[in-house]
Design a protein around this ligand. Structure first.
Ligand SMILES: C[S@@+](CC[C@H](N)C(=O)[O-])C[C@H]1O[C@@H](n2cnc3c(N)ncnc32)[C@H](O)[C@@H]1O
Length: 278
């Protein structure tokens, strides 16, 4: 008897804990249904609230990453290439922050200079070997048939070679086209052009696209004429200039066959391109 009542107490306790864990059949199903219907009834209001919160959070995140981008952008314009390489080597994730912000800025430009250069290459022989100095996401190499050596501070694509572009792993007189698309960023930008001169074959092309405000003397920018003069003193001839775009300028040069490079070229200072908060 005693044993029996003990067993039945145990059974009752086991049933109680099972109910606590899973809910009573029927009663619990009903509860789940009513919860489900309550949640669907609440859905528009709750999801409205959630979407408001997530829009707010997204805005805050965008503000923070926009600020972070502007800080990194300014850093790249105000340090040397070597310093920039060391900086990103320490934290390569910062490169993603920079490029996310850069792409966001570019999305507001009516035309992307890299597409003009892609078109230029498509209009010329695909056998021309190209060096893309400061290639970013290597969009250039992905859109042309040419063999392209892509260089940047961080490699986000297996085809990109990590280096400071004042010292690229290419032999002298080995490429036909050197491209700088919005990439004359470091305080030592002239050493990038010297490196391009070294790797270009005689008669090779130097294609530069730069932010227009950096070459507007009315707003503290460099005089494009004195910039072009310095490039010519390095051993190039000026072949083409285009100032028609609102956002960027295009300056194309050709490497001279024979030239005695002028010593102590006076390079104009190129002011940083600081993006506005949007
Ligand atoms: C404004 S982005 C332009 C990217 C690409 N050319 C385009 O048009 O989309 C400039 C790029 O130059 C790279 N860069 C700046 N200084 C560099 C250096 N010293 N060596 C290699 N890459 C550099 C930056 O990391 C960045 O990816």
């Amino acid at each position: 008897m005693v044993e029996d009542s003990g067993r039945s107490r145990k059974r009752k306790r086991a049933r109680r804990s099972k109910v606590a864990l899973h809910g009573r059949k029927g009663e619990d199903e009903g509860k789940q249904v009513s919860e489900a219907s309550a949640s669907s009834a609440n859905k528009p209001r709750r999801s409205q609230g959630l979407s408001k919160a997530s829009t707010f959070l997204d805005k805050m995140k965008a503000k923070l990453s926009g600020g972070h981008f502007r800080m990194l952008n300014e850093k790249l314009y105000t340090c040397s290439g070597k310093e920039a390489l060391d900086y990103f080597e320490e934290d390569p994730a910062l490169f993603d922050v920079y490029h996310a912000g850069y792409q966001e800025q570019m999305s507001h430009w009516p035309e992307q200079p890299v597409n003009i250069i892609i078109k230029w290459l498509k209009d010329h022989s695909p056998s021309l070997v190209v060096a893309d100095f400061g290639c970013g996401d290597a969009r250039l190499s992905k859109n042309v048939k040419n063999h392209v050596f892509s260089f940047d501070l961080v490699s986000k694509d297996p085809s990109v070679i990590t280096c400071d572009m004042s010292n690229v792993p290419l032999g002298s007189s080995s490429v036909d086209v050197a491209v700088f698309c919005l990439s004359l960023m470091g305080t030592n930008y002239s050493s990038y052009l010297e490196e391009a001169h070294r790797v270009l074959k005689p008669g090779g092309w130097l294609l530069i696209a730069e932010v227009k405000s950096r070459f507007d003397p009315n707003t503290g920018g460099a005089d494009p004429k004195s910039f072009a003069k310095s490039v010519c003193e390095l051993g190039f001839s000026s072949e083409f200039k285009d100032f028609s775009n609102k956002m960027f300028i295009l300056l194309y040069f050709k490497k001279k066959n024979e030239h005695i490079m002028k010593k102590d070229i006076k390079w104009p200072e190129l002011k940083p391109c600081l993006y506005k908060r949007r």
